[in-house]
Design a protein around this ligand. Structure first.
Ligand SMILES: Cc1ncc(COP(=O)(O)O)c(C=O)c1O
Length: 278
């Protein structure tokens, strides 16, 4: 397969040649923002929502993105023509730029990485995944910064112990979100619970909530308590590149009968339908 082509600071470059200066604040200070989205039918899915999030966060932290929304869309189109993947995983990166000081002193760096969309294991969709909780709360949970230290380290430990992914828990045991996904549980009475505060407002979670409202499913936006897990009939995770994956276990707690349930299947079917119509 030909090497993917990326965009880095005004140039299209081979993936292996896309390098940041070592003094970039992204490297030494973790000061960078990013987005991750996928294509369907070779078209970026919900690009506007991902750009709203990235550019909104950039404005908030005072990072001047060197490219406008329209320019970023054109860069992505150009890369889609250069990279002939059946479907692509697209990651947008905006860093603090190279700086000898703690605060940015130069031009922020903007990059677009485009790789073949990884095929996620079919059995995870069919059988569900096991989550390991770790006590952790992200520092700026409403932002998608590149600080995934806890995610990387936690997932390394989880995989060693036979889990698929990690989920962050407050000290009192309430669950918030996962390393790279939002978490939902379904309580008896077809009630859907997912946190609103102290989590990333996932683009996929937003779609799933809209679809659930349209299906007249009752929704509560609050942290997921340990007692919820014991009562839950179903649980699932959402993220742009994986859509919806059922959860069969969190730590030692089996969810429902340990198999993907009807609400998860119904919402996933509605999501696929929405993708098809978009
Ligand atoms: C911490 C975190 N929460 C939630 C999500 C899911 O967000 P989205 O649905 O926009 O992909 C991600 C995605 O990477 C994430 O990193």
């Amino acid at each position: 397969m030909r090497e993917p082509v990326y965009f880095l600071d005004g140039r299209t470059v081979r993936a292996s040649a896309a390098r940041l200066p070592i003094a970039d604040l992204a490297i030494l200070r973790g000061f960078a923002l990013f987005e991750s989205l996928r294509t369907y039918g070779r078209k970026p899915f919900l690009l506007d929502r991902h750009l709203d999030r990235l550019l909104g966060e950039a404005r908030r932290v005072g990072l001047a993105c060197p490219y406008s929304r329209a320019e970023i869309a054109r860069i992505i189109q150009r890369l889609l023509r250069c990279n002939c993947f059946p479907e692509a995983l697209i990651r947008l990166l905006l860093t603090g730029g190279a700086s000898p000081k703690l605060i940015p002193s130069g031009r922020p760096t903007f990059a677009v990485m485009m790789d073949p969309l990884p095929a996620f294991p079919k059995h995870q969709y069919a059988k569900g995944i096991a989550l390991m909780s770790i006590p952790f709360e992200r520092a700026y949970p409403e932002m998608k910064t590149t600080n995934y230290f806890a995610a990387v380290w936690g997932t390394m430990r989880a995989v060693k112990r036979g889990f698929h992914e990690i989920v962050y828990a407050r000290d009192n045991g309430d669950l918030l979100e996962g390393s790279t996904f939002n978490l939902f549980v379904v309580l008896p009475g077809q009630r859907l619970i997912t946190p609103q505060k102290d989590v990333l407002a996932g683009v996929t979670a937003g779609c799933v909530l809209d679809l659930a409202r349209a299906l007249r499913i009752r929704i509560a936006r609050r942290p997921i308590r340990p007692a919820d897990l014991r009562r839950a009939r179903e649980a699932f995770i959402t993220s742009s590149n994986r859509e919806i994956i059922p959860v069969r276990r969190v730590d030692r707690q089996r969810i429902g009968d340990g198999r993907p349930g009807p609400m998860t299947r119904r919402l996933h079917a509605a999501y696929r339908d929405f993708v098809g119509k978009s």
